[in-house]
Structures are given as structure tokens and as C-alpha cells.
Design a binder for this molecule. Structure first.
Ligand SMILES: *Cc1c(COP(=O)(O)O)cnc(C)c1O
Length: 382
């Protein structure tokens, strides 16, 4: 059986967890947390990085920091994970769902300006499959209308945006704030886990307070204030040292992890592109301004029945693909609050996209076998 996902362990996780346990400090913001945060700040030039218990939590922190209030409007793509919208809905925001682009599931920037009203407070850029959104256009719109740009960079570790000036900037370092995920289905994992990247220094001090239950505990321990107490809203957004220790083992091996994932991605792409050329399906489109971090390999079929038939065909051969993201504007929770606009591309990805098995331990021979099955599926159709 080839499962869809299998968490990769570097072998050092239990070693560092053992160290954390024996250090006598298990709560958050200890040695391993600081090591991970410095790693991210240095490698990706984030002004500040704070580990969180999930990407959802990091997005909730972003919603608090951006002062999202009832009546505010936020522009979010409909084809994304629930958290990209939910974290802001909890603060009372109204979500204006945007459609995806025809070339890949990222937000369609060509029609975005028409969604902006005087109530719009922020745009959420979700880099689907770790492939950058068109950041130049998003930055320009946010500047023109004075909006926050928040990156849902859950899938975007070690991926970059190449600007018109040719400069390569890490995803998560471009928006005012960005949220990453270390859920076990992502490239770098800690079971559940996430991070808030802060690129606008105006947020740095308050972010730390919100992170630690609305207290100025971090400032107190640095000796910057002489009393420690309740100063703002917040929650317990920080993970324990046990989680940070696990994450550290992964970060030490990020290059090895990425190299293998790229090899898997390339094998799928080379094997399946001939089918795309024949028009049987579409393979991922990576714009010239984006790099590929091999977060996932997806196919877009020409219709829902082909998609479902291919999933069934692969399952019969003990290969477990998945489909995902039911458009959020059609979700049980939000459909009555949606303004009724049709979002045809979001619906198309919802109906026609499937994700192939993708994890570090997947062997290249297994990838080739899956490619072979997909060719067979189309040969049988003819
Ligand atoms: C995985 C994912 C999330 C949620 O991450 P958690 O760490 O599980 O909260 C949010 N947005 C996107 C786009 C994701 O892929």
C-alpha cells in the first residue's frame, strides 16, 4: 500500500526531546524554541519569528495584531484550507472570497481590485503548494488601499518569490505578517506546530505579548520592565519545548529533506507531462516569479468524473491519492454569509484536482509505478 502521507523522522527527534525533558524546562520559549526561531530569522530574513502550536494559531495572532474587528472585510481565496478564513472570522471579519487563477490555484490577482471596498482591511495570500502568489500585484494593491498583506505560508517553507528586480525573497518575508505550518503533512514537521513571521517591526513587541497570554513576560525576563502582568489580549500560542526539540531535529536536516522532495516532484513531473501535452490533464504551473519547494504534486483533471475515476483506479492498485478543499464560499459554515458571486475556478479545482502520494520515504521506483498506472488509466480510456 502506498499511503498519501507518511511523517518523516530524521532520527534525532527523540534525542532532542530527551535533552529537552532532562533540561528541567518543558514549557515554551526555552532553548529549543529560541534555536528554531533564530534559525528562521537568519535563514529567511524575518524580522521576528515566534513558534506557535499551529499555523491556525499563527493566523489568529495575525488577526489580533491587525486589529480585525466586526465589520471589517478580508479578501481570502475560496480554494484554501479552512484556517485561512476561520482565524479572521473569529475576530468578526466578513470574508470576501476571491476566485483562483486559471493557471494555478493561487488567488486571481487580475480581478482583485474590484473586491476592495472602504471596509477592506487585509488580503490573505495563500501560496498554494508552496508556489508564490503574484506578490508584486498584491503589494501594489495593499499599498494603494492601505491594506495589510498577510501570507498564509503554511505550505511555503523554503520557497521564494523572484521580484521584477530579480531579487529572490523567501515566502513569508514579504507580507506584514506570515503564518507557517509544521503539521505532519508539511515538508518540515513537529506533529502539530506553526510559526508567525513578523516583517513589520511595529508588530514585534505586541506579538510577543499576545503570544504569552497577554502578559509582558518576555520583556520582564529580558529585564526590560520590572513588573510582569496582564497588559493586552492574547492566548497561550506558544508550544512546549518538547515540540520545539522535535522541530529542531527537522530543521537540521532541511536541505536533505528538500533535495529528496524535489527529486520526487521532478520524477512525477517528467513522467506526467506527456499526458498534459496530450491535453488529458494539467500538471502544476509554476510562474517565472516563483520557485518550487516540492510541497506536493497535484494534477488537475478535465472534469470531476475523470478525477473520481482516476482516484478509484489508483486505490484499486493500492495507491492512495486524495482530493481536497471544498470551496469555502460553498461550505456549510459560510455559504449563507457569502455574497453569491460565482467562483468558477475555485469550483474547478475543488472538483478536478487530486494530490498524489508525497513524502520523504517514497521511493523513486514507487513514483515511477504511480506514473505508469496513470498512463495505463488513460490508455484504457481510449
Ligand atoms: C496546513 C494548512 C493550514 C493549517 O495549518 P495547521 O498548522 O494545521 O493549523 C492553513 N493553511 C493552509 C494553506 C494549509 O495548507
Amino acid at each position: 500500500m502506498i499511503y498519501f502521507n507518511k511523517p518523516f523522522l530524521t532520527g534525532k527527534e527523540t534525542h532532542y526531546i530527551y535533552e529537552a525533558v532532562n533540561s528541567g524546562k518543558l514549557s515554551g520559549n526555552g532553548l529549543f524554541t529560541k534555536k528554531c526561531q533564530s534559525f528562521f530569522e537568519q535563514k529567511y530574513a524575518f524580522k521576528k519569528a515566534l513558534l506557535t502550536t499551529s499555523c491556525t494559531d499563527a493566523l489568529e495572532m495575525a488577526a489580533i495584531l491587525a486589529n480585525i474587528e466586526p465589520g471589517d472585510e478580508l479578501i481570502v481565496p475560496s480554494y484554501t484550507f479552512v484556517s485561512s478564513a476561520l482565524a479572521f472570522v473569529r475576530q468578526g471579519a466578513k470574508i470576501i472570497f476571491a476566485d483562483s487563477s486559471a493557471e494555478n490555484p493561487n488567488i486571481d490577482t487580475s480581478t482583485l481590485e474590484s473586491l476592495i471596498t472602504p471596509k477592506t482591511k487585509a488580503i490573505i495570500a495563500v501560496h498554494y503548494a508552496g508556489i508564490a502568489c503574484n506578490m508584486e500585484v498584491l503589494l501594489e494593491l495593499c499599498k494603494k488601499y492601505n491594506l495589510f498583506l498577510i501570507e498564509d505560508a503554511a505550505q511555503s517553507i523554503e520557497s521564494y518569490y523572484i521580484g521584477n528586480d530579480g531579487v529572490k525573497r523567501p515566502l513569508g518575508s514579504i507580507g506584514h505578517l506570515a503564518a507557517f505550518s509544521f503539521h505532519e503533512t508539511k515538508n518540515i514537521i513537529s506533529g502539530e506546530g506553526g510559526m508567525l513571521a513578523i516583517n513589520d517591526e511595529r508588530f514585534s513587541e505586541r506579538a510577543e505579548i499576545i503570544w504569552e497570554k497577554g502578559t509582558n513576560r518576555s520583556q520582564f525576563f529580558r529585564g526590560e520592565v520590572n513588573k510582569y502582568g496582564w497588559v493586552d489580549t492574547g492566548s497561550s500560542f506558544l508550544p512546549s519545548e518538547v515540540i520545539a526539540a522535535f522541530l529542531w531535529a527537522q530543521l537540521e536536516n532541511i536541505e536533505q529533506i528538500q533535495a529528496k522532495r524535489i527529486a520526487i516532484w521532478e520524477t512525477y513531473h517528467k513522467g506526467l507531462n506527456p499526458l498534459a501535452q496530450k491535453g488529458y490533464l494539467s500538471t502544476p504551473f509554476i510562474p517565472s516569479y516563483a520557485t518550487n519547494n516540492a510541497h506536493m504534486y497535484y494534477l488537475v483533471m478535465n472534469n470531476a468524473s475523470d478525477r473520481d475515476a482516476l482516484i478509484a483506479y489508483l486505490k484499486e492498485r493500492e495507491v492512495m491519492p486524495v482530493f481536497h478543499y471544498l470551496s469555502l464560499h460553498k461550505s456549510e459554515y459560510y455559504k449563507n454569509k457569502h455574497d453569491g458571486r460565482q467562483l468558477p475556478q475555485a469550483d474547478r479545482y475543488s472538483d478536478c484536482l487530486l494530490r498524489l502520494p508525497f513524502y520523504y520515504d517514497l521511493m523513486i521506483e514507487e513514483v515511477e509505478m504511480i506514473v505508469h498506472y496513470i498512463h495505463q488509466f488513460f490508455n484504457n480510456l481510449k
